[in-house]
Design a protein around this ligand. Sequence first.
Ligand SMILES: *[C@@H]1O[C@H](CO)[C@@H](O)[C@H](O)[C@H]1NC(C)=O
Ligand SMILES: *[C@@H]1O[C@H](CO)[C@@H](O)[C@H](O)[C@H]1NC(C)=O
Ligand SMILES: *[C@@H]1O[C@H](CO)[C@@H](O)[C@H](O)[C@H]1NC(C)=O
Ligand SMILES: *[C@@H]1O[C@H](CO)[C@@H](O)[C@H](O)[C@H]1NC(C)=O
Length: 276
Amino acid sequence: MAPIVSSFAAAVLLLLALASPAAGVNITRILGEFPDFSTFNGLLSQTKLADEINRRQTITVLAVNNGGMGGITSLPSDVQRKVLAVHVVLDYYDTEKLGSMKNRSAVLTTLFQSTGQATNRMGFINYTRRAADGVMMFGSAEPGAPLTSQMVKPVMSRPYNISVLEVSSAIVPPSIGSVDNSRAHAPAPAHTRTPAPAPPPSKSKKPMTPAPAPSDDDSSADAPADADGPDADGPAADGPDADAPDADDDTGDAAGRVGARASLGIVALLVILVSL
Ligand SMILES: *[C@@H]1O[C@H](CO)[C@@H](O)[C@H](O)[C@H]1NC(C)=O
Ligand SMILES: *[C@@H]1O[C@H](CO)[C@@H](O)[C@H](O)[C@H]1NC(C)=O
Ligand SMILES: *[C@@H]1O[C@H](CO)[C@@H](O)[C@H](O)[C@H]1NC(C)=O
Ligand SMILES: *[C@@H]1O[C@H](CO)[C@@H](O)[C@H](O)[C@H]1NC(C)=O
């Protein structure tokens, strides 16, 4: 019995080793090769979203260049983290895959959805290929959100693990600034001090659908004001992968993943057989 148990353990260890992020991506290093994305990259590290991206094996990052980052950097830091998480799609999409989708429009699930803080479809992106000219457009899937961020160019891709696409402007769900962290997870903190009213959520040049005014005075200032700044690491974002509304038929991708899994299984089986 013992040899079987130990070979099973060996197989498990091997699987863990193969699946470990050590072999995977380092988004900080990838974006580090492109000075145009230094602001975006810096914020991914500051908010620790980089670590979450690196833990994933199938991901698409919609990167905004330094010139377009004003729409994010002007936001309060806790909102910045949420907005950045909207730029991380939990599946692999390169321009080829987006262009060959049968539907012109699809809803893509983002990392923000997996935090459990998203409401009102804020955790999803609406991708639409414009009928007139085929331009690929992105916007928040929140009702009333504008579809104004355009595909600029593919930055890098490593099929089917990571793709980085440059988009022309930040994708900001109109009412993301009024999402209350405490509502979703922790009991509301006692009011030991009065938080300053949060600044208006958007200062970007493009006029956005006006966000609904926060209904009660305190809830808009998410969480207690945190002197430590962006370190306020929200609840573990590793929750269930809300992979729900994957409208497109990505059979190729699915097949790839199934294949990868199958080959891992075969390797594990071989290890067991060899060590018997
Ligand atoms: C790519 O993703 C597959 C599963 O989707 C995984 O098995 C593989 O380790 C990943 N490769 C890298 C370099 O992360
Ligand atoms: C990722 O790359 C950055 C920049 O090269 C480096 O500072 C960091 O330690 C790397 N992170 C991991 C987990 O390897
Ligand atoms: C995306 O937005 C466009 C324009 O607002 C809308 O017509 C379309 O139905 C949306 N797509 C999805 C999949 O929700
Ligand atoms: C295309 O979109 C329609 C309506 O939005 C949906 O019912 C259908 O399943 C989609 N088709 C594919 C192939 O994703």
